[in-house]
Design a protein around this ligand. Structure first.
Ligand code: 16G
Length: 201
């Protein structure tokens, strides 16, 4: 039963391949381009001169971390730190896909202007299903108000729905963003609690 719930894209283990031409993607870009809704999403992106693709090792130079700084504390992350973390995620993805970081790149400036991450957690419950989390959604301030946030969330929702076989997709957000996520298909369910380690950055 669990096997039947696997995505139509599932290949057993991650393909490190890249149908998009850049080489070192975090996961196979077909995960995005084979989504049923991809043509509609791609059209919306084109109108804004944007492309959507998996994170690449070279994105350190295209403003990925600067973008994340608009979401929360990032701290000092050197190129070596970034590449080490990227390679760890990539290795984990080879065993079983877990990290789907999507970036939107402006084709006119070659800067990354929005991002989001789908993280997949394997479970025993729900017949050995998986649960997905929507994480680290950020849109560069100068690109807000154009529907970019809606596109980046839609991509993750479709990837979770169609590309993972998970039984649910959840997220954490502050009160100001509740309305935005409700408009994008999420319902308010249960409370999120946390213990913050380190010094509460
Ligand atoms: C938001 C993000 C979460 C991110 C956190 C960082 C979404 C949907 N939620 O809750 O993914 O990890 O902010 O804030 O993007 P923190 O540094 O206070 O944990």
């Amino acid at each position: 039963m669990a096997a039947e719930k696997l995505s139509k894209f599932s290949t057993g283990s991650s393909q490190q391949g890249d149908s998009g031409g850049g080489g070192d993607f975090l996961y196979d870009s077909k995960r995005l381009t084979q989504l049923t809704k991809w043509p509609q999403i791609e059209l919306k992106l084109k109108q804004l001169h944007l492309i959507a693709r998996p994170l690449r090792r070279g994105d350190f130079d295209l403003g990925y971390l600067e973008l994340l700084k608009q979401l929360t504390h990032v701290g000092n992350v050197s190129r070596e730190d970034f590449v080490r973390q990227f390679d760890k995620m990539s290795m984990i993805n080879k065993v079983n896909e877990h990290y789907f970081v999507i970036v939107l790149e402006d084709t006119q400036t070659n800067r990354i202007i929005a991002c989001s991450t789908l993280a997949l957690e394997l479970k025993f419950i729900h017949e050995c299903s998986s649960r997905c989390r929507l994480e680290d959604v950020a849109v560069l301030d100068s690109y807000r108000g154009k529907g970019v946030g809606q596109i980046i969330v839609e991509l993750i929702v479709e990837l979770a729905r169609e590309g993972t076989g998970c039984y649910k997709l959840t997220l954490d957000c502050n009160d100001q963003l509740k309305k935005f996520y409700q408009l994008n298909g999420f319902t308010y369910g249960c409370n999120m609690m946390s213990i913050r380690f380190q010094d509460g950055h």
